[in-house]
Design a protein around this ligand. Sequence first.
Ligand code: BG6
Length: 470
Amino acid sequence: MKYNHIKPFPESFLWGGSTSAYQVEGAWNVDGKGPSVIDMMNHPEGTAGFTVASDHYHRYKEDIKLFAELGLKAYRFSIAWTRIFPEGTGEINKNGLEFYNNLIDELNKYGIEPIVTMYHFDLPYALEEKGGWNNRATVDAFVEYARTLFEHFGKKVRYWLTINEQNTMILHPGAIGVPKGGKLPTKKELYQQNHHMLVAQGRVMQLCHEMCPNGKIGPAINLTTMYQATCKPEDAIAAHNWETIRGWSFLDLAVNGRYNALFWNYLVERQIEPIIEEGDLADIKAGSPDFIAINYYSTVTIAESKGDASDVSPRAGDQQIMLGEEGVYRAAENSYVGKTKYGWVIDPVGLRLTLRKAFERYNLPILITENGIGAPDELTDEETVEDDYRIDYIRDHLKQVQLALTDGVQVIGYCPWAAIDVVSTHQGYRKRYGFIYVNRGEDDLLDLRRIKKKSFYWYKQVIETNGRTN
Ligand code: BG6
């Protein structure tokens, strides 16, 4: 659609940057922190682990000063559950509360809005040993953890995200990692876990509204639009299958409190539907979000299933993510989009379409909490990184966000991944996302000094001009 006037970004737009605790903090066992499933997972040899990461735990003041220089209006980070409750529940670790209290104060000192993810993949290992999300007790543990966060930070934090990418954890459990000696859950278990997370999330959203009158809370889902490979009607059905099962079914529950009919029938037909206890659906329904947070990287193109094992194949460049499901859909190539060096589809227009579809469906403000390009950045002799590919990627996506705003979608902020280099879950520091380079290798920690990339200066100017990308 051609417009004569493109709407400006709103004055209140939350120009931000994102990280998550296990990928940036390090200090995995410091000051009373307990182990999480991430700390205990099997790790690819020769790839940086999470023990030191970007050492943000010890350098958060220096990092936040740089975020302020960058001009960030918001910083989206996660709280490590195991810093607050080393065992997931029970005794509180005061050092953990103090760390996040200081971090939030430091952000507020510079006028940077804290956006807090409560749980970003790092379930306490002590809970995992008792069954993790298969165990209903984890629902209560999450609610108590949330209550503690609201009690201590509810007056200083306005934006809360419940669970990061619940859909990734359920649909691609191997992508997050398997605890040492552990095995992947069955599909039946996964959808029970999913149900428990939804109940927990519903209860936490209610609690937030009771305890934090100025707080806003929402789910953070990895959302993407699906294209059908051809105009063959069966391809269209397959694309709709996967768009529903991968994305809408999670948000339909989080926002409208109901199991999507197609999704429910898919579960029942495979005998993997969860046990729903009395009161669960009421809790899910009562927890209404104030906004939706979406992580967007790529689109997927879908063809009709052949009904055999050939439907399933690994995503290009990423053996941990399997695409396709026998009898449901299969992945297809799209010759109209680009790819990153890691084989991820680059599709800025897909972001506009995803935003339009999500807004049309739920009519809630949308916060983009992740979007970015992972690349093997190289430090130059001039002490910078010439990451023009990152500038191009973000510029092209921001143009589409602005078009989505012009379409009438209420987008309230953009927090690219990542504010600073973090450990990529599988590719360590060979795959970087930040505006700020962290000087370390995979095993060699070097001096961990912070270096501004070319994209840092570019994004700073985007923020200063409230969205001028040229
Ligand atoms: C998102 C996650 O799905 O993708 C982040 O929320 C993650 O934690 C990001 O880092 C990029 O993925 P990767 O595998 O390139 O680090």
